[in-house]
Design a protein around this ligand. Structure first.
Ligand code: PXL
Length: 277
């Protein structure tokens, strides 16, 4: 008798075009053999990173009703994985899900900033609220800018490369906020790294490719989530996720419009568990 796939409640936005958030998280988790339950916080025609002013639908009221429905159904997720929460009530919605299912593994990607500055619309109040959500998480996945914001530091400074020791120090300091941490997108010379802390500290590095895309953090987070639920340790999960993101960037033609994300679809079979059916 096959066991039921583990369930992940994914509290993220749904950006129709632009390959990010639920549009990439759903296929990644599904191909890894875990069952994603999509809870869109907001529906947008595209992400907010350079494709004009997207059409938006706030799903706050829907989200509250959906949580109540899942509670009444007795549908208990094994994991709750949160991402883009563009307003204070939407951060509260994620916190409510944490309260409803305290036994779930709580993974927070504090999507709020990149490249040294907050995303449009992320006020100091929302940033503070995201920090509180991180404190309720088992694992957080900030990029370098988000890590500095969470620590109350200048998100843009210092610019430039960081050393292995600085990467480990940054991840280590974030364990004052959440028990386990992976900081992503660390510029390390010809490498881009991610640093983990909370269990065995680690740094994973891949060759840096000089193009940046929206949605790579979401692909990274989804693979870390899927891999942990399949029983891997955090360093292996982060290594698999960083490796896949690097491959997806390499697979994207040099002249592709970066605003539409990485061409990850043909590579999805590489994430499928082998020989277990
Ligand atoms: O991938 C991060 C992300 C998710 N959702 C929305 C975004 C962004 C980054 O710009 O705008 C709506």
């Amino acid at each position: 008798m096959p066991t039921e796939p583990k369930k992940v409640l994914c509290i993220h936005d749904l950006s129709g075009a632009g390959r990010c958030s639920l549009s990439v998280i759903m296929p990644v988790l599904a191909v890894m053999g875990v069952q994603p339950i999509a809870l869109p916080t907001m529906v947008l025609s595209t992400h907010t990173g350079g494709l004009g002013d997207p059409a938006r639908l706030d799903c706050q009221a829907y989200g509250r009703a959906a949580l109540a429905h899942y509670r009444d159904l007795g549908l208990a997720p094994d994991c709750i994985y949160t991402g883009y929460l563009g307003s204070e009530p939407l951060v509260d919605l994620a916190a409510e899900a944490f309260r409803l299912w305290p036994g779930a593994l709580k993974i927070v990607d504090p999507v709020m900033a990149d490249g040294g500055k907050p995303y449009s619309g992320f006020t100091p109040e929302i940033i503070a609220r995201v920090g509180q959500l991180c404190a309720a998480a088992d694992l957080i996945l900030p990029n370098l800018t988000e890590a500095r914001l969470l620590l109350g530091e200048d998100p843009a400074c210092p610019a430039g490369d960081i050393t292995l020791e600085e990467a480990q120090d940054l991840a280590g300091r974030l364990t004052s906020i959440a028990r386990r941490v992976v900081v992503t997108g660390l510029p390390m010379g010809k490498f881009v790294g991610c640093a983990g802390a909370g269990d065995e500290p680690f740094v994973v590095r891949h060759l840096h490719i000089d193009r940046s895309f929206p949605g790579t953090g979401d692909i990274f987070g989804a693979i870390v989530t899927g891999s942990l639920l399949r029983g891997n340790v955090l360093s292996a999960a982060a290594d698999a996720a960083a490796g896949f993101v690097a491959q997806a960037i390499q697979h994207t033609p040099r002249d592709a419009d970066t605003r539409f994300g990485v061409w990850f679809e043909p590579l999805l079979p590489r994430l499928a568990p082998m020989g277990e059916l």
